[in-house]
Write a protein that binds this ligand. Sequence first.
Ligand SMILES: [Zn+2]
Length: 238
Amino acid sequence: MTALRSPASLPGSSKVPNGDRGAPSAGFRSAPGGLPGRLSRVAQLLARLPGVGEKTAQRFALFLVTAGEDTARDLGGELVELCDHIRPCIRCGHIAELDDDGRALCAICLDTRRDGALLCVVARVQDLLAIERSGAMRGRYFVLGRLLSPLEGVGAEELPLEALRARVRDPEQPVREVLVATPPSVDGEATALLLARELGAMGIQVTRIASGVPHGGDLEFADQVTLGRAIEGRKSFG
Ligand SMILES: [Zn+2]
């Protein structure tokens, strides 16, 4: 109902002031302030975006129907296209566009200048983008999608370990080193330990980003220099 479990949610973005965010779509004949129900529906959808509160969502919706009709039409069309053409990369989980054969391979996996022997494991696409901004990572990536969480009952079986093992063993791109860049939180460290054990048993060198990113911090919000140093200063692990 609340649809607020997106990993992209920013801290503090999960306000549900009036508790009506999850109202069903039917029955929007009128809205507070006499606004059309359709407009209210768009505002409610916009309010689901991370970091967007109800007032901002209403401002966006009003702009789209008053001053921004072209933007509204372009946005609507592009969002439909996005859902039809964008998928997780089949090799790493990054965002990718389907090719003519219906395969999704991201630009990083297709970039032949990348060091295929170095694989950086991250929790989320946002972390991958943060590391890319630092410019310190010349290898490729693997996005886990979630972290091990002993407190929340997320066990190893819920992580894509088999896909990661297959990726590491890929004869076309043999991996020599796996850099674990999960966040320096309890769950991030637990995941790093699990990966060190699993991959170490396969004879892969496992390294961990160096300290510098504050404990409990989010890679997404670490500055580029700090993140770059954390990657360059990585240490053997496990
Ligand atoms: Zn990829």
